[in-house]
Write a protein that binds this ligand. Structure first.
Ligand code: FUB
Length: 344
């Protein structure tokens, strides 16, 4: 009797969410999907994973991406269209290697692609490229954003028309090499500069963007992530501390800051009252996926919330990922239901 009940539940789940846990793109490897609704359609700005000769290490050197593709969907169950390569590494004057997780924004008919790359000194900076269409082609600014460092930019447009750029990531993301937003000479490895276990964890950063969307309009501020006792999350609290993959969405007047916990592989989140935080840790949005990295975005389409994420179903290899999407549910008390990506 019990197994019959399980079968029925599974069929219902599939009917409600026909796209659950299926790769959205199969002809390329794609990861870190940043999704937005522009002009009534869903646009996805992911990383484009490729096979690379570069050996795997704890700095993520094997994530050796060289261009970005943009994808669109008319709605959450529509066909996914690949709009091709919209910008290439060789077209970015200041960049040396590794086009990691990007994001995009729309303002006054222009589209802005924010992307991290290592500069010619092998230090991650964040660049911006501009287009007249959400599907590019994007033209890079000659220099990275002044004062930018580390990676994984995520842009949030607030209801008052302000745009905030969140960024940062530890280990391969190099955040631990910076103090007071300045590179500390001699730091080289993934843990050089990581605080001791009982100390405050390294936190992500945020800066409001200038009116032209090309610069920070203020010095980046630390985004404080607090535990339920109001204390900053500690560096040794690996299941909760920030690692990379910032994202912000707003629901019922509250700001949700979500992120990857890296070596514990969760997408966790905190809730706050304004875009700068602090954000109080609530739990996990997404349990570990297949593959080492976990990276997501959250978007509202016609009143329903969707989670975009990736795993390695197609390749079985960490640096060759495939993007996916599923529905995301906020409970009546504002918390988010944890999604188990392994549940078929
Ligand atoms: O795709 C390269 C890096 O892997 C991203 O920047 C991180 O968030 C992780 O997903």
């Amino acid at each position: 009797k019990e197994s019959k009940q399980e079968e029925v539940t599974e069929v219902l789940d599939e009917e409600q969410s026909p796209f659950v846990h299926k790769p959205l793109v199969t002809h390329l490897y794609t990861a870190d999907p940043s999704a937005h609704v522009f002009n009534g359609k869903i646009y996805i700005y992911p990383s484009h994973d490729i096979e690379s000769e570069v050996l795997e290490d704890d700095m993520g050197s094997h994530f050796d991406m060289k261009d970005y593709h943009v994808f669109s969907m008319d709605n959450p169950v529509a066909e996914v269209i690949d709009h091709g390569a919209v910008i290439k590494l060789e077209d970015i004057p200041w960049a040396g290697r590794q086009l990691w997780a990007p994001d995009a924004a729309q303002k006054d008919g222009k589209y802005y692609l924010y992307f991290p790359a290592k500069d010619k000194n092998d230090i991650f900076r964040i660049g911006v490229a501009v287009a007249d269409s959400p599907t590019g082609p994007f033209k890079a600014q000659p220099e990275p954003i002044k004062g930018s460092f580390s990676m994984d930019p995520a842009v949030y447009e607030d209801e008052d028309g302000s745009y905030y750029l969140y960024f940062g990531g530890i280990w391969g993301g190099q955040l631990q090499w910076f103090e007071d937003q300045k590179l500390v000479e001699g730091r080289k490895g993934p843990t050089d500069g990581i605080p001791a276990h009982e100390e405050k964890a390294l936190m992500p950063f945020v800066a409001k963007l200038s009116n032209n969307m090309l610069e920070f309009s203020e010095k980046p501020r630390e985004v404080l992530l607090l535990d339920k006792n109001g204390e900053p999350i500690k560096a040794g609290d690996n299941e909760k501390r920030f690692f990379e993959a910032s994202w912000v969405h707003k629901h019922n007047g509250k700001y949700y800051f979500s992120y990857s916990t890296g070596d514990t592989h969760f997408i966790a989140y905190g809730i706050g009252d304004n875009p700068y935080g602090p954000f109080t840790y609530q739990g996990n949005i997404l349990n570990p996926v297949q593959g080492w990295t976990n990276h997501h975005s959250i978007v509202n389409f016609e009143g329903k919330w969707y989670l975009f994420y990736h795993d390695t179903e197609l390749s079985g290899k960490t640096p060759l990922r495939n993007i996916k999407m599923t529905e995301l549910i906020h409970n009546a008390d504002g918390t988010i239901q944890t999604i188990d990506p392994m549940k078929k």
